[in-house]
Write a new protein. Structure first.
Length: 377
């Protein structure tokens, strides 16, 4: 057996009310001037105003320029806000987009150049050479798990092609995972982000890479999501279901250091071409890709069926995904979100270049992606 190297992430304060620990935590670090990085929608809500008001004794500035899929300009503007405030730390507050931008803002606050030049696949990738400002994260959705991830996904403003900055220094120093911050999420957002969490757990478990620690986390993360997602969609004030989904989200993001699969390659293409919400793109595509994977992952998909309460076979798991999507009002097909056959060539171009499908349990050719997209329309 070849040698393997494992590592696991960051300190997590988990549970209802965790957000109220932030002010004292920052004071203990000797920090006084936080920049909160969040999105435009949250900036208008009492959830952010109440959180900022709780940061007593600190000189707080809010940067709320995040919206949609994150792009370079949002990072540039956030880094400028950090410098203008003479900030000494960054608080990421929001969903995956806000947290990804917050990581990149912390990095670009102390580095020169273009944030996209720090992407792992840039032909002249720049090194991260300076210590980043102290950074903490508070997720307000249960989906990406970006709060425990060591990457930031930022798109080019013009092409909308997603680039990944990947480095362990991007990990938050601490996470305050408070499910009360998700109680008012609308059902559609709960469903899309929750399916994102489920997809992370499923794809990381199915990845053929060797990482038994992640396999165990992914399998339990899938089980938790399977039993909590529909409850959270149907009753957003169900704190137990919200807590379970927040935990499943973090577990999926911890597990996918093992890598993902073709669902994500499809979703990244849909995000680029259609500007589709990442979680929704995963949600629409997951059963189509799992059907494609059936003959290559029978045993593992049967185990997923078992833990999710779906039955005992790989086919049971696929049918359960179809039924789950219907129950939580996720479209069965891409056509419901405006995707047509005319979009397929560009979708295939981006999906085939995406690295995620390299660890799909079944190899994906260009023709495979063409069939997947056409069948999903």
């Amino acid at each position: 057996m070849s040698l393997s190297r494992f590592s696991f992430p960051t300190t997590i304060h988990f549970g209802a009310g965790a957000r109220k620990l932030v002010a004292e935590h920052l004071r203990q670090q000797g920090l006084k001037r936080p920049l909160i990085v969040t999105d435009k929608g949250l900036a208008k809500l009492s959830i952010l105003k109440d959180f900022a008001a709780d940061l007593t004794g600190l000189d707080v500035r809010v940067y709320a320029g995040v919206h949609g899929n994150p792009v370079k300009k949002q990072v540039d503007d956030g880094a400028q806000a950090f410098r203008d405030h003479n900030a000494d730390c960054v608080i990421g507050f929001g969903g995956g987009a806000a947290l990804d931008v917050a990581k990149a803002v912390a990095m670009m606050a102390v580095h020169e150049g273009n944030v996209l030049q720090y992407a792992w696949d840039h032909p002249q990738v720049l090194p991260i050479t300076h210590a980043l400002p102290y950074f903490i994260a508070l997720p307000t959705t249960s989906g990406t798990g970006s709060e425990v991830g060591r990457s930031s996904v930022i798109s080019d403003d013009t092409t909308h092609v997603k680039k990944v900055v990947f480095n362990p220094v991007l990990l938050p120093k601490a996470v305050f995972a408070d499910p009360e911050l998700t109680l008012d999420l609308p059902p559609a957002v709960t469903a899309a982000t929750g399916m994102d969490a489920l997809t992370h757990n499923v794809e990381s478990y199915l990845s053929p890479d060797y990482h038994p620690l992640c396999d165990g986390i992914a399998l339990e993360g899938a089980r938790i999501a399977a039993h909590a997602l529909e409850k959270a969609v149907k009753d957003g004030r169900d704190l137990k279901a919200r807590s379970d989904m927040m935990m499943s989200s973090m577990m999926g993001a911890i597990a996918f250091q093992k890598d993902l699969g073709a669902v994500h390659s499809c979703a990244h293409a849909l995000g680029t071409v259609m500007d589709m919400h990442h979680g929704l793109a995963n949600a629409i595509m997951i059963d189509h890709v799992m059907r494609f994977n059936l003959d290559a992952a029978q045993t593992k998909m049967a185990e997923l069926a078992r833990v999710c309460g779906a039955g005992s076979t790989a086919q049971d798991f696929v049918e359960w995904l179809v039924d789950l999507k219907a129950r939580i009002n996720i479209p069965a097909k891409l056509g419901a979100r405006g995707v047509t056959a005319q979009h397929v060539p560009k979708l295939v171009d981006i999906a085939i270049d995406d690295i995620c499908h390299k660890t799909n349990p079944k190899p994906c050719s260009r023709a495979d992606f063409e069939r997947l997209f056409h069948e999903a329309i």
